[in-house]
Design a protein around this ligand. Structure first.
Ligand SMILES: [Zn+2]
Length: 1048
């Protein structure tokens, strides 16, 4: 039995050979190893910066002098490392309030309202601390040198990163956050064995650990606008504090039933229950009855991301081959064998965990059981010990012979595409994705170019304007040959072979083709693309095999069959666009999408509107969202700025794990039934399997459940999702994801096991489905999200609070502390917000929400914001104390009230990453970040998308931080966009991302809590008036029964 202790310390404990196939234990958490820039300080001792440490304090050019330790509220000029230039009296108001005199209306707009008069919030910790120039790290003998510990006298609360269990003061009313309140044990907790749990352990587990008091959080919300910001549950704090724990601890999937926040980087150890990376239940302990669930106001749902990426240190999903027999399955409900099926009668029977049917064990699968009823071969059988496994499946599961995936690149060569540099960017992007941008990049151990797509997979190329051109890229040719499809009314494929080739055998031909394409079409310049015909002929090329299309488009498709026209003139009388603009009625486009799915084809679009024009994303994007693909949308494409992002996204789309020709199905225990699926797929009839053309690592979908009976609280509830698909390398497999949850007679117990990220994700997907499929308007959606928020908090207050609380307190369940903030962010997101927004962007984001995984959605709703003008010296570099993980600076609340004069902030919502500069940013900081020749904000290139590589500490820090953020994201490429105060238009986007402020046509966080609280009080007093017209989307009301027995 492994020792728990070894999972804390790296480089100690068990010697694990990672290549040992018999290994059953989990290696220690890995070190995060991004391409870390060297610490230039160490290289530079004695040069440049090396001079500085000898300077007496206060004589440095730009680093503010140290403030007295513990002195409250130093003036801004003293505060951050890169404070604003001093001695220019009058530029900086003495108060740290967001009202920045001459900065125009935007500051006021962003500030929204002042959250209390003082500045005791997020970044205050910087001010309490002695903040020397960071290059004094190794100043010899100085008692003030930074040694990784806060200087004596520093208040521990000043550190957001501090371990919450030792933080003496907590931002929450009701005392400090103790280990008992946290879902995560302190390191001194009882040992656990990270071995697969036995069935007996499964059964015995309730009572093991999760009966922790789930203390509610109280916010005084009675006085109007008197909520102190420190009392409001903080999303950044909740993320950062838990992240610290998982730098040195793994997440055992069975013993800790409440997953880490979706934004956390963690190593999951699969003990038979699937990792939360693949599946998150809204409640990991279910109320036994529908009434119990209803009394919580919460949905019962499962968020599934079947091909989610794993991180270093996690064991790969095992691939199991049961030969022609296929994997053992329940004869009654067709569930796949899994760790929760119980063997009886000495191993001759297995009882299905979903339908309780006692199956005969197939003779070839028989194995004797121990006296405890455990198969003696259990530990050698991943299907009996791991929550997520893959079965290679025999011919009965095929619809056509599986082959390596066909990647078909369909490239827009119209006038706009050429003129704006989009054609060239797209071609470069494909080259980079297939071969690497750099000749020397990514060689395997034999010195060969590393394959970016698996052996057996093939690529093909098509270009189009008002004609469609196919290319023979056979390696036998000198140059690719173009074949023009003569009749766009009757699409077919004009060449019989040479369209699909191995990209490495045909590298020379392909590289030359992609390099020459822009020039080839430089003289032709047709303005109008015929996209529908092109896609129809692309589908014809993939008819026999299925596959994936990567298609660029840069203009409204106005030519040929299925031509589109300007539907959205931007005039929306009454404030809301006609709902027709959110979908497509065009029969030819709908037919195309259905045909693609039936053939196992899906498409990713790269849609650029170089002049900000209308592309009818509603119609074109319908095809990608229906087929399981994705739309990458560049609303105002500018080649110099957006090239890098486009390249990163093409590379990601091509290289991420992708399967095609997929069917998906979820199963659940008796007593529960599926009420709805939310995502991007086709479901022909209710209860039928989901049909998906392509599915990739980033795609998630939601399943909601209702009750058709009472659950037995002595038994667990089980869920199994199965994805049947063909891998890119051409193997037909079923990926099985098994999830278990406890059952309680009292819904109060269930509230202790709520997964907040799953709750709002399911609600977001439901809302998006509702908008797309019902007559609900945007306003209806916002009202319904608001009412749901009130429902949840009122239900808790009404039924589940054990002690009396004064009415002036808004009380939030411990597991749903930040729920209200996420719901406010949802009301503010582009998909649902009030006010003007182009329908292209709206419909794009609406569909994106339906396909996003938990991490991407969390960031999309609440961006992470990092102050970089006052980074600690050790931040942005590997941290020895956590085994070499990059030490990340704390994230701060997204509110303009926390923005410091002279400050510089990185704000990333997973879709775009802005680097915002206060107008008074120190010139020295600008130089450290961008180079000696950049002395002021005006010197920076507005189209900057990456940081230069410089030998300064700050530059290395920020590059490392960006590199880390890149690894914790969804499908979008991370590049930097400048947002300089008073200079760049992106500043408005920055204001939009500060979701705690009043913006996006909605309230500030404070006002929102006050509003919610008032409504909760009305509810308790019995005179709440619901504002939403109906609640038809509720999964509780579904009474559907009688799912047909599925074949597979
Ligand atoms: Zn069954």
């Amino acid at each position: 039995m492994a020792d728990y202790g070894m999972y804390h310390a790296l480089g100690q404990g068990e010697n694990i050979d990672p290549n040992d196939p018999k290994r059953t234990t989990q290696p220690a958490p890995p070190q995060f190893q991004p391409p870390v820039a060297a610490n230039p300080y160490q290289q530079q001792q004695g040069m440049g910066y090396g001079q500085s440490p000898q300077l007496p304090q206060g004589q440095q050019q730009y680093y503010g002098g140290p403030s007295p330790m513990g002195a409250p509220g130093p003036s801004p000029a003293q505060a951050p490392g890169y404070g604003p230039p001093q001695g220019q009296g009058g530029h900086f108001p003495a108060q740290p309030s967001p009202a920045i005199g001459d900065d125009g209306g935007l500051a006021a707009q962003m500030g929204g309202m002042s959250l209390g008069a003082d500045a005791h919030h997020g970044t205050a910790r910087r001010k309490k601390k002695d903040r020397h120039a960071y290059h004094q790290v190794e100043a010899t003998g100085s008692s003030q040198a930074f040694n990784g510990l806060p200087p004596a006298g520093t208040s521990a609360t000043a550190f957001l990163n501090a371990d919450p269990s030792v933080t003496p003061g907590s931002p929450f009313v009701g005392g400090p956050m103790t280990p008992q309140m946290s879902q995560f044990p302190a390191a001194v907790n009882p040992q656990f064995s990270p071995m697969p749990a036995s069935p007996a352990e499964f059964a015995a587990r309730s009572g093991h650990m999760d009966h922790l008091p789930a203390a509610p959080t109280m916010v005084h919300a009675s006085g109007q606008n008197k909520v102190a910001p420190d009392e409001m549950p903080s999303v950044p704090l909740s993320r950062d504090s838990v992240q610290q724990y998982f730098l040195t601890n793994i997440y055992p999937t069975f013993e800790r039933l409440i997953p880490p926040p979706a934004t956390a980087s963690f190593v999951a150890f699969d003990q038979g229950n699937s990792s939360p990376k693949f599946a998150r239940l809204t409640m990991n302990n279910l109320p036994a009855t529908a009434e119990g669930l209803k009394s919580t106001g919460l949905p019962l749902g499962l968020l599934l991301q079947p091909l989610a990426p794993l991180q270093a240190g996690e064991l790969a999903v095992p691939v199991l081959d049961f030969g022609d027999q296929g994997p053992p399955r329940c004869h009654r409900c067709r569930a796949y064998i899994n760790p929760f099926m119980m063997f009886r009668s000495g191993g001759n029977k297995f009882v299905c965990n979903l339908c309780n049917y006692a199956n005969d064990t197939p003779p070839e699968y028989f194995c004797a059981t121990s006296p405890q009823g455990v198969r003696v071969d259990r530990d050698q059988r991943p299907e009996l010990t791991r929550g997520t496994v893959e079965f290679v499946v025999p011919k009965e599961y095929w619809t056509k012979e599986p082959v390596g995936m066909r990647y078909l690149f369909v490239i827009d060569v119209t006038q706009e595409s050429f003129n704006k540099g989009y054609l060239e960017s797209f071609c470069d992007g494909i080259l980079g994705a297939l071969y690497g941008a750099d000749e020397n990049e990514e060689k395997d151990e034999n010195g060969e170019t590393k394959r970016r797509i698996p052996p057996g997979a093939k690529v093909g190329f098509v270009t189009f304007d008002k004609e469609v051109h196919f290319y023979n890229a056979s390696p036998a040719l000198e140059q690719a040959q173009m074949m023009i499809m003569p009749d766009i009314e009757d699409p077919f494929v004009p060449l019989s072979e040479g369209l699909f080739v191995d990209p490495y055998e045909s590298r020379a031909v392909i590289a030359s083709l992609l390099t020459r394409l822009p020039q080839m079409f430089s003289n032709i310049k047709n303005p109008e693309p015929a996209l529908l015909s092109t896609l129809n002929s692309a589908v014809a090329a993939l008819e026999k095999t299925g596959g994936k299309i990567f298609c660029s488009i840069s203009a409204l498709s106005t030519w040929g069959p299925g031509r589109l026209f300007m539907r959205d003139d931007g005039k929306h009388p009454g404030g809301e666009p006609d709902k027709k603009l959110f979908s497509t009625d065009h029969p030819a486009w709908r037919k195309l999408a259905e045909k693609m799915v039936s053939l196992g084809v899906g498409v990713d679009f790269f849609m650029a509107a170089p002049s900000g024009g209308y592309l009818d994303v509603a119609t074109v994007g319908y095809v990608s969202s229906t087929t399981g693909g994705e739309t990458f949308y560049y609303p105002n494409f500018i080649a110099p700025r957006d090239n890098t992002k486009l390249s990163l996204e093409i590379k990601h789309a091509v290289t991420r794990e992708t399967g095609y020709q997929a069917l998906m199905k979820a199963r659940c225990s008796n007593g529960l039934q599926i009420s709805a699926y939310h995502g991007n797929f086709i479901q022909h009839t209710f209860g039928a399997d989901l049909e998906i053309g392509v599915i990739d690592a980033d795609k998630a979908l939601g399943v909601t459940f209702g009750y058709d009976g009472k659950l037995d609280s002595k038994l667990d509830a089980h869920f199994q999702a199965a994805l049947l698909y063909t891998t890119a390398s051409g193997q037909r497999r079923v990926r099985c994801i098994n999830v278990i949850a406890g059952v309680s007679d009292s819904a109060k117990d269930s509230l202790k096991f709520v997964d907040q990220d799953a709750v709002y994700a399911i609600m977001a997907k439901e809302a998006s489905t509702k908008l797309a499929t019902t007559s609900s308007t945007l306003k209806d959606i916002r009202l319904s999200l608001t009412e749901k928020t009130i429902d949840v908090l009122a239900a808790y207050r009404k039924s589940y609070l054990s002690q009396a609380h004064p009415p002036s307190q808004l009380v939030m369940p411990e597991r749903l502390k930040e729920f209200s903030m996420y719901m406010l962010a949802m009301v503010k997101c582009r998909a649902f917000k009030g006010g003007s927004e182009t329908t292209d962007r709206r419909v794009h984001e609406m569909r994106m929400i339906r396909s996003m995984g938990a991490l991407e959605l969390s960031l999309y709703l609440y961006p992470r914001m990092i102050a970089i003008h006052n980074l600690q010296p050790e931040e942005g570099f590997p941290d020895e104390t956590t085994g070499g993980h990059l030490k990340m600076p704390p994230t701060i609340r997204t509110s303009f009230s926390l923005v410091e004069p002279g400050g510089v902030y990185l704000v990333d919502n997973g879709q775009q990453c802005l680097l915002w500069f206060h107008a008074q940013t120190s010139p020295n900081l600008i130089q450290d970040l961008f180079g000696e020749d950049k002395a002021s904000l005006k010197d920076l290139d507005a189209y900057t998308s990456t940081l230069p590589v410089l030998q300064t500490h700050l530059n290395a820090q920020v590059r490392n931080i960006v590199e880390f953020l890149r690894t914790m994201r969804g499908s979008k490429g991370l590049t930097i966009q400048l947002a300089r105060q008073g200079i760049d238009g992106a500043e408005y986007e920055f204001a939009r991302m500060l979701v705690e402020d009043r913006n996006n046509e909605a309230q500030s966080y404070v006002d929102w809590l006050v509003h919610i609280h008032k409504q909760v009080q009305f509810e308790l007093a019995g005179h709440r008036k619901r504002e939403d017209t109906s609640d038809s989307s509720s999964s509780l009301t579904s009474t559907f029964a009688g799912l047909r027995t599925p074949y597979w």
